[in-house]
Design a protein around this ligand. Structure first.
Ligand code: SAH
Length: 354
């Protein structure tokens, strides 16, 4: 026998095209999950040279104020032993800034990161070397309260879509023609899976849902109910269920067609805060908010923090003012982004949630 050269692993678009050719069109959620798993596993997408910038990458003030918010809850809960948990920590910047602020308040918890991307785990290990990593929330410790942070995590989780065609709602699937991926209407779905208030929406309407997000919130809320602690979810979103397609792709700081180039651009969908809040309450957590990110950071004292930093480093005054504006102004991240807290049994109400 002669040695044949190893066949390289086919690229994600080829793998997806082959799967669709053999097995038929796939749900939008399956396409999004495969695309994002590949996307995050193969790069660090954050920052000026990447595809998008997140709040903790804009300024250290974001993570610091979240750290103070957590330390205040911990203090008023009687300063118990607990764990810091972050879902999808990116480069670890938020955690690093929050842990520094918490340490100043006397809180130095063990750190747990839920992260699937090897590339980002490596970046996180640079920022927070003593962290422990988890593939999902099921392996998080059970012995003490949890302080959980998720910034721009839930928007990366897959959404299903249904689309109204004529008199019926159909699941939206992704088909493949030659090398092009495109959305099509699949089988009609039973009426009872369509939220009642939306059943008569106009032809062409799309409704999204994220069972993966709901499952994670349920698991977190059950933990908070059993163990105590709190979770802070910050993301862009709406109060659903509602009609509207929010699935979007970002590449090099601009928008792109979400069905093009799977695995090479960031796919997100807006987070349905009302549905997540409902599930959290059903699972035993108290829900506070969501409130606009600008209001949340304002009440936590971002203006004072920016002024203090500028006094210490006068040459950075302009940058700090610009970061403050980007994080809080309604035309930037101040209004579209919102913060929501889940609070465990016996824990106090959080600050800055109205
Ligand atoms: N929170 C960071 C990064 C946001 S990007 C910040 O604000 O800068 C989304 C993050 O979620 C990345 O770290 C990505 O690798 C991670 N992620 C995406 N899907 C995930 C999944 N299913 N499980 C765990 N982590 C996931």
């Amino acid at each position: 026998m002669t040695d044949t050269p190893a066949t390289p692993e086919p690229l994600l678009p080829e793998r997806l095209a082959r799967a669709i050719t053999l097995g038929g069109p796939i749900p939008v959620a399956q396409f999004m999950a495969a695309a994002n798993a590949h996307y995050y596993a193969t790069r660090d997408p954050l920052g000026a040279t990447g595809d998008f910038v997140t709040a903790p990458e804009i300024s250290q003030m974001f993570g610091e104020l979240i750290g103070l918010w957590l330390a205040d809850l911990w203090d008023r809960a009687g300063r118990p032993e607990l764990h810091y948990v972050e879902l999808g920590p990116g480069r670890g910047t938020l955690a690093k800034d929050a842990l520094r602020a918490m340490a100043k308040a006397g809180l130095m918890p063990p750190v747990h990161f839920v992260e699937t991307s090897p590339a980002l785990r490596a970046a996180q290990a640079q920022a927070v070397p003593h962290a422990q990593w988890h593939d999902d929330v099921t392996s998080l410790p059970e012995d003490a309260p949890l302080l959980i942070v998720a910034n721009e995590f839930f928007d990366a989780l897959p959404v299903y879509q249904i689309v109204r065609r004529g008199e019926a709602w159909h699941e939206r699937l992704v088909a493949c023609q030659d090398t092009m991926f495109l959305p099509i209407a699949g089988k009609a779905v039973p009426d009872d899976i369509v939220p009642e208030a939306l059943r008569d929406a106009a032809a062409g309407s799309i409704i999204e849902s994220s069972p993966a997000s709901v499952a994670i919130v349920r698991a977190l809320a059950k933990r908070l109910a059993a163990q105590g602690g709190a979770a802070l979810i910050v993301d862009y979103g709406y109060d659903g269920p509602a009609v509207g397609e929010t699935l979007q792709a970002v590449k090099g700081h601009g928008f792109a067609n979400p069905f093009d180039n799977p695995g090479d651009q960031d796919l997100t969908a807006h987070v349905d805060f009302a549905t997540l809040a409902g599930m959290a309450e059903l699972s035993g957590a108290a829900v506070h908010g969501p409130v606009a990110q600008g209001d949340f950071l304002g009440l936590l004292g971002i203006a004072e923090r920016a002024a203090a930093l500028a006094r210490a480093q006068p040459d950075r005054g302009g940058d700090l003012a610009e970061a403050h504006r980007r994080l809080t102004h309604p035309s930037e991240m101040g209004a579209l982004f919102r913060a929501m807290a889940l609070i465990g049994k016996g824990w106090p109400a959080p600050a800055a949630m109205g």
